[in-house]
Design a protein around this ligand. Structure first.
Ligand code: PLP
Length: 254
């Protein structure tokens, strides 16, 4: 380091976050590229690019990343830890931001998350849903959430297990009045194997379609799937929200 020459954000993945390049400058380059990639994938699948919302994931990046997102005209921002989300929301104090939570939430942290979160992507147990039910005070302002499903079969991934687990869990959560289920979320394995990625996303869409047919209470419209490594495939398979960190902001600083 030591040089203050501006550096180009290297690779497709956005390069390393360096102090030499501001988040704003970096986004001017990466955001159009991500949008174009989404548009191409949507067209390949006969979808409209507007059906896919970019949810930038700023975890591990400074507040400047969130400010750059707002400057670029976006309002959705995601974090994966309650503490970091709280901290950023408190320091930023900008009510233009719609905060998304995409990581596992411990039940005891539900009360802290509730006042901040616009959409919880990672509702991964009935017990967590029941915890939120007790915390939401206003029945007219339910928690908006996506039910997380493990469609990859990977042990380490959170969420309800596969089709059966998802339909059963979804059925129980739909009975909880103060939660509004807006759709489903999944995470694919970190792999380059296209067929593995595709089938992980396709399974989520199939569960969503089956739920729409068999669970009258389910009116979800959102499929949160796709990250830097796999979002073009996720869009081809029907994603409505891609959660993108690295492709927008570069590698997360340690
Ligand atoms: C970090 C994270 C992302 C974004 O990952 P990138 O590979 O940086 O795009 C998306 N979803 C979840 C749940 C995450 O934790």
């Amino acid at each position: 380091m030591g040089s203050n020459t501006p550096r180009k954000a290297g690779s497709e993945r956005g390069g390393r976050a360096t102090e030499e390049m501001s988040y704003r400058t970096r986004l001017e380059e990466t955001l159009p590229r991500v949008r174009e990639t989404i548009a191409e994938a949507a067209r390949r699948a006969g979808r409209e690019p507007e059906e896919v919302r970019i949810v930038p994931v700023t975890k591990g990046h400074p507040l400047e990343a969130v400010e750059a997102i707002l400057d670029a005209g976006l309002r959705d921002v995601a974090e994966n830890r309650v503490g970091e989300l709280e901290e950023k929301a408190r320091r930023l104090r900008d009510d233009r931001v719609r905060w998304h939570m995409v990581g596992h939430v411990q039940r005891r942290k539900a009360p802290r998350l509730l006042p901040i979160v616009h959409l919880l992507h990672s509702l991964d147990s009935v017990r967590l849903a029941r915890r939120f039910q007790r915390v939401v005070e206003d029945p007219e302002a339910p928690l908006r959430a996506l039910v997380q499903v493990n469609t990859s079969g990977e042990e380490a991934k959170g969420g309800f297990e596969g089709r059966d687990g998802a339909l059963r869990g979804l059925g129980e959560i739909l009975e909880i009045a103060r939660i509004r289920v807006e759709g489903l979320m999944t995470m694919a394995p970190l792999t380059d194997d296209e067929e593995t990625l595709r089938s992980t996303f396709r399974r989520l869409r199939e569960i969503h379609e089956e739920a729409r047919e068999t669970l009258p209470e389910y009116r979800g419209t959102e499929l949160s799937m796709g990250m830097t490594n796999d979002y073009p495939i996720a869009v081809e398979e029907g994603s409505t929200m891609v959660r993108i960190g690295t492709a927008l902001f570069g590698e997360r600083p340690e």
